[in-house]
Design a protein around this ligand. Structure first.
Ligand SMILES: Cc1ncc(COP(=O)(O)O)c(C=O)c1O
Length: 366
């Protein structure tokens, strides 16, 4: 038998120690067991999922689909045609991904060579950093302002000749605020690729898509079925790329990364827009009630939001202890503690009965 000479880890990329795994929460079943409740009794307000689930038509379409043993169409034609109609964008400009996460990675693979820079506006969605470092980029963030606004002049000053891509989530996660299109235009004028991530578009309905009509070739818009359509578990996102970039995107995209189940579910969702719109409206009504309830507690200061979650500053006590106390009562929320976002908690908006339960517990913990 050949002798083992050295540790196989020496063959790994040398920059891997810069990259931390994305901090995903533990599986729901494990958490439920740890606090002694059934999984259905956990109040999951930590990942901005749709509390009404997916459309019933998705369940039916998945049940009756007959061709799971055949590879999916790598061009995703049926779904892309439906998306063109839904989003109001040419079908040739649309690509589908395994969640918008896959499209974030794809974009980075399109532009980043070792040493190139990727920019975003903190605090923001953490996967931009994980994915940028994994692509070999330098990742830099610019601090958002007092109301979490983005300053294009600050971005302009931060550009180097290696800056390739700027990520802008709008509405932004976790702060909840959307960025005005005027600011997006100013970023596009910087002549780097501007990715406007509209994961929460359906809760606000402002879109950068209309800027394609103004001729920008450096704009990419991302969307997802994870939040409004209740398909987070099936992984389905899409991007609208400028025509000049679509060949590069297709050339780097793995042909079968999107499952047939996700494609079937996406089409069935778009077949049931009236139902999904009703759930979005219920969430928007509940958002208002939750916002008022949180503000009235006296120890939480909620920020305005354009999305399906509310970020709060915790006043006069520890956010980390509050998160633990909520977890002990089977309520999951997301906590933030960074230079720009100290002692804060983000609550996803749930159903009316979820708001009642959350506010009761927060009142009890007052
Ligand atoms: C701003 C933003 N972009 C992208 C995603 C990822 O979405 P997906 O589930 O489609 O990968 C999220 C999920 O939290 C998000 O908040």
């Amino acid at each position: 038998m050949a002798q083992v000479h050295s540790d196989v880890r020496r063959l790994l990329r040398r920059d891997l120690d810069r990259i931390e795994a994305y901090p995903a929460p533990p599986p729901l079943e494990d958490f439920a067991r740890s606090v002694g409740v059934a999984p259905h009794d956990v109040l999951k307000l930590d990942q901005n999922e749709n509390p009404y689930g997916c459309s019933p038509r998705v369940v039916e379409a998945l049940r009756t689909y007959d061709w799971y043993h055949i590879y999916p169409d790598p061009a995703h034609r049926v779904l892309r045609e439906r998306l063109a109609n839904y989003a109001g964008a040419p079908v040739e400009q649309i690509l589908v991904g395994n969640g918008s996460d896959e499209l974030i990675e794809l974009i980075l693979r399109m532009f980043v060579e070792p040493g190139d820079r990727v920019l975003s506006f903190a605090p923001t969605f953490g996967y931009y950093e994980t994915a940028a470092l994994a692509a070999g980029a330098e990742y830099a963030t610019l601090d958002r302002g007092l109301r979490f606004e983005v300053d294009p002049e600050q971005a302009s000053r931060a550009l180097t000749d290696r800056t390739k891509v700027v990520f802008l989530a709008s509405p932004n996660n976790p702060t909840g605020n959307a960025t005005p299109l005027e600011t997006v235009r100013a970023l596009l004028a910087l002549n780097v690729v501007v990715v406007v991530d509209e994961a929460y578009f359906e809760f606000h309905r402002q879109t950068a898509l209309k800027l394609f009509a103004e001729g920008y070739e450096n704009l990419i818009v991302l969307r997802t079925f994870s939040k409004w359509a209740g398909l987070a578990g099936l992984r389905l996102g899409y991007g609208i790329f400028p025509p000049a970039l679509t060949p590069a995107a297709w050339s780097l995209k793995p042909p079968y990364s999107v499952s047939q189940a996700a494609l079937v579910a996406g089409v069935a969702s778009l077949d049931d827009l009236a139902y999904l719109q009703t759930t979005v409206e219920k969430i928007l009504i509940e958002r208002q009630r939750l916002q008022a309830g949180l503000a009235s507690l006296g120890y939480l200061s909620p920020y305005p939001t354009d999305a399906n979650f509310i970020l709060c500053n915790v006043i006069g006590r520890s956010a980390s202890e509050l998160q633990r106390a909520l977890a002990a009562r089977a309520i999951l929320v997301r906590r933030y503690s960074s230079r720009r976002l100290e002692n804060s908690i983000r609550f996803s908006v749930g159903r009316p009965e979820h708001t009642d339960r959350l506010l009761d517990v927060l009142e009890e913990l007052r």
